[in-house]
Structures are given as C-alpha cells and as structure tokens.
Design a protein around this ligand. Structure first.
Ligand code: PRP
Ligand code: URA
Length: 207
C-alpha cells in the first residue's frame, strides 16, 4: 500500500505477538509496547530533514548536521500514551501535544474530549502516535486538527492497521506517511481489528 511502511524488525514482530496474546497482562503489555515504540520511531524518523552545520571539535572544524525542524510528538489518548515514554527517551527535546479522542461504542465515531497542542505547527516535524488504526476516524479527526494548526510535516506511527482504516485515511490524506508493524485482515462489525489485540487502552491500563 502506497505510503505505508511495515516495520518487519524482529524485535518489533516479537513484541507485537506478545501484545496480541490475550494472556499478556498490563505490566508486560506496557513493556512490550514501550520497546516496540522506540524501534518504530527509529525507522519512522529516517527521513527527517537535516541542515548542514559546522562544528568546532577540540582539535579542528568538522562538518555536521542539525535537525531541520523541531519535533512535536502527539499521542492520541489513551492508548497513544503507552508509546510516549520510550519515544521521548530517544528525542528528549521534543515537545509533546495531546489529543483526546474516544470512539463512540455504537457509532464508532471518534469524539474529541481534549486538545493541548502548540498554537502553530507550521515549522514542526509532527509525529502522530496511536497503536490502533481501525476505521481511521480517529486519525482523520486528529489530522484535521493538526492541519488547522498549520502542520505541514506529519508522520503517523501505528502498531496495527486495518485495511479499511488505511483506505479511509488515504481518502483525506493521500500523502500521510504511515509506519506500522502489521496490516491486519479486517474489522469486525463493532469496528475492532481482526485479529488485532482487542482494546488497546483497556489492555494497557488494565480496565
Ligand atoms: C482506540 C485506539 C484509537 C482508535 C482507533 O481508542 O487507541 O485511538 O480507537 O479507532 P478508529 O480508527 O476506528 O478511530 P479509543 O477511542 O477506544 O479510546 P481509548 O484509547 O481511550 O481506549
Ligand atoms: N481500538 C482498539 O483499541 N482496538 C481495536 O481493535 C479497534 C479500535
């Protein structure tokens, strides 16, 4: 699928399987999600822009590079929170914005309940974070908000994507780079991903 990068790194795939297993308890679920997220960030940021700079070592001048843009991480609450800490350890200077979205159980439509983001995202490298891409409603809603705030450089880090969700996102955001660990089979009639891992937020926080 165009613009979708499936990260097949063995540690990602090993942890994904632990997450899928219904016997995996919240403590291990959090650990596996954290570990995978750091690896995903690594892959997803390969194309970050760099600007050449000169640096003075103790001995001589050297050519070096600097990130072209500041980074803003945007986890979608709740489940995106499980990916945030390990990612922040790799990019500790990043700013963090939050988007609270909750799917209505019956309509499967995502409703905002929290927004806390820098006022102008034009010059930032924005990394949107959510482990589940199901119908795609949450990501499209989040993207609409980011674009309203001027975001021009956005990528999405995800763990499990449904083909239906990818198609929905593509209708509105054909060029959004999506990094995922797997594209699953389909959605069930309640909008859950099959085989998926169940409700990511509940499994993460033990509800
Ligand atoms: C889950 C998940 C995504 C969303 C994906 O969150 O973490 O944000 O569903 O579904 P979609 O692609 O159909 O929009 P949920 O709304 O259940 O909230 P939670 O993280 O608080 O459980
Ligand atoms: N949200 C989840 O947490 N899991 C799904 O399978 C779909 C949406």
């Amino acid at each position: 699928m165009k613009g979708v990068t499936v990260i097949s790194h063995p540690l990602v795939q090993h942890n994904l399987t632990r997450l899928r297993d219904k016997r995996t308890r919240p403590q291990e679920f959090r650990r596996c999600l954290s570990e995978m997220s750091a690896l995903m960030l690594h892959e997803a940021t390969r194309s970050f822009g760099l600007r050449p700079v000169a640096v003075q070592t103790p001995l001589a001048k050297a050519k070096g590079y600097q990130l072209e843009r500041e980074i803003v991480l945007v986890p979608i609450l709740r489940a995106g929170l499980g990916m945030l800490d390990s990612i922040l350890q790799l990019v500790p200077n990043a700013r963090v914005g939050f988007i609270g979205l909750k799917r209505d159980e019956t309509t499967q439509r995502a409703m905002f309940y929290h927004k806390s983001l820098p006022r102008d995202l034009t010059d930032f490298e924005v990394v949107l974070i959510d482990p589940m891409l199901a119908t795609g409603g949450s990501i499209v809603a989040a993207m609409n908000l980011l674009v309203e705030l001027g975001a021009k450089h956005v990528r999405f880090i995800n763990l499990i994507a449904a083909p239906e969700g990818i198609r929905h996102v593509r209708k509105f955001y054909p060029n959004l780079p999506i990094f995922t660990a797997v594209v699953d089979e389909k959605l069930n009639d309640k909008g859950y991903i099959l085989p998926g891992l169940g409700d990511a937020g509940d499994r993460l926080f033990g509800v």
